[in-house]
Design a protein around this ligand. Structure first.
Ligand code: PLP
Length: 456
């Protein structure tokens, strides 16, 4: 329902005057889209235009928009008991922690925060303190990969391997190191994909040895690099990284902020592989974005090192809003919906169909590679298929703009990865209907075919 004052012009003026947006370069003449409603995979803007949101907001609205059940869960919990800090306890947090153990298929103790960045910050602090308390006094460094994003706060940004996100904010936290990601599409000519992946894993072992194994606290990785260009490794890469972590007593931290909660076609991304992480971080799909909530799941044996009664041995980290009761109640209902509506299986099915459809575009002169993981797909655009020179940002933006004109919102890994802002991203709600999927495919193919004609 809009107030009298909510004409497009006044809202646009107020937006320009008062609101500071995420990641949006200032453009006084082009106000951002003001979204007013959502249902299923579709959103509506202030002018009444409808769009299929094939990015689920920011990779998070896994169960789709407009779920009254989630609103009711929040409302009921807010009436019953709106807030209490997790210095003590409350029912929704206990229930959710238990439920997450079921989803993780392992024994974990759960620390709640509000955002993916905070979940990763907690993971770094837990890892350092764990080593301090188990004899690894010098273990403070973390190894991450270039192209990966782990958050915007100082520690999480330090772990991020995207220089464009860091410019002008440095110096960041110390002790974060980066290695080459397993970006098979850009492997050296003549090298097999498997050899290249194993070489990338070997780079982690080399770094541990060169830095001194007694200084390395953890390796952080997403099962598949998502926002950094949908980089899907060979399973053998992850097996090898896990083996290396175990060999040197380095904790394996898996960032499931995007890959978690069905996106990958399994409950968590790492469950597609033979992985048993020491720490799992999660956010976004945990509540499908309906309320802020994140979690750091820590293997029970690691938590045991925090039971020592000696001074400063417990985890001295407080997060006022982390594990807010209504957010936990929404998360529980969100997981119930996913189970009831079989959305994890649906994600796998829709992901396969999307991949089959989009692979046809490999014949298109601009499409260098199509990569997917569950219902998450990336299309790498190039100017020249031989040299693999990335398509310019202007071309990428034009395609995104044309899709939007036709009512389809897609994303990109743009403005963040040096030289490689050329991967279009698709991450639609897992609840998308068959017709939604058809709309995504038909609209995108139409836009790509116009693109060929325009350049003829
Ligand atoms: N980790 C990954 C893989 C992400 O994609 C993001 C955000 O996009 C984060 C962490 C940080 O999450 P947040 O923006 O909730 O702090």
């Amino acid at each position: 329902m809009l107030d009298i004052d909510n004409t497009s012009d006044t809202i646009a003026d107020k937006d320009r005057k008062f609101l500071w947006h995420n990641m949006l370069p200032y453009n006084g003449n082009q106000p951002p889209m003001v979204v007013t409603e959502g249902k299923g995979a579709w959103i509506t803007d202030l002018q009444g235009n409808r769009y299929l949101d094939a990015m689920s907001g920011l990779w998070c609205v896994n169960v789709g928009y407009g779920r009254a059940e989630l609103a009711e869960a929040a409302y009921e919990q807010m009436l019953m008991m709106p807030y209490y800090p997790l210095t003590q306890s409350h029912l929704p947090a206990v229930r959710l922690a238990e439920k997450l153990n079921e989803w993780l298929e392992g024994e974990y103790v759960i620390f709640f925060s509000n955002s993916g960045s905070e979940a990763n910050e907690a993971a770094f602090k837990i890892a350092r303190q764990y080593h301090q308390q188990t004899g690894g006094h010098n273990r403070y460094k973390f190894i991450a990969r270039y192209r990966a994003y782990h958050g915007g706060s100082m520690g999480a940004l330090s772990a991020t391997g995207q220089a464009q996100r860091k410019y002008k904010y440095e110096p960041l936290g110390g002790g974060f190191l980066h290695v080459h990601p397993p970006d098979s599409y850009r492997r050296p000519a003549g090298q097999s994909q498997m050899d290249f992946n194993l070489q990338c894993a070997q780079a982690i072992e080399d770094m541990i040895v060169w830095e001194g194994e007694e200084t390395i606290a953890g390796v952080i990785l997403e099962p598949v690099i998502t926002g950094g260009g949908v980089i899907v490794p060979e399973a053998a890469y992850l097996d090898r990284v896990q083996e290396i972590c175990r060999k040197y007593g380095v904790l394996l931290i898996v960032d499931e902020v995007i890959c978690g909660f069905g996106r990958s076609g399994k409950k968590f991304g790492h469950l597609n592989f033979n992985m048993k992480p020491d720490i799992v971080t999660m956010a976004k799909g945990l509540t499908s974005g309906y309320l802020p909530l994140s979690a750091t799941a820590v293997r029970k044996e690691i938590y045991d090192a925090f039971k020592d009664p000696a001074a400063y041995s417990h985890f001295r980290h407080v997060n006022t809003f982390g594990g807010n009761p209504s957010a936990c109640a929404v998360a529980l209902k969100n997981l119930e919906i996913m189970e009831r509506d079989h959305l994890v299986e649906r994600s796998r099915l829709l992901g396969q169909r999307l991949r089959e459809e989009m692979q046809e575009l490999l014949a298109h002169p601009l499409v260098g590679d199509v990569r997917s993981f569950g219902f998450l797909l990336g299309i790498e655009l190039v100017q020249d298929k031989q040299t693999k020179e990335p398509a310019p940002l202007a071309t990428v933006n034009k395609i995104i703009g044309e899709c939007k004109k036709k009512g389809l919102i897609i994303g990109k890994n743009g403005d963040t990865v040096a030289g490689f802002n050329n991967v279009l991203c698709f991450s639609p709600p897992l609840s998308s209907t068959d017709e939604d999927l058809q709309f995504i495919v038909t609209t995108f193919k139409q836009v790509m075919s116009n693109q060929v004609q325009a350049s003829d």
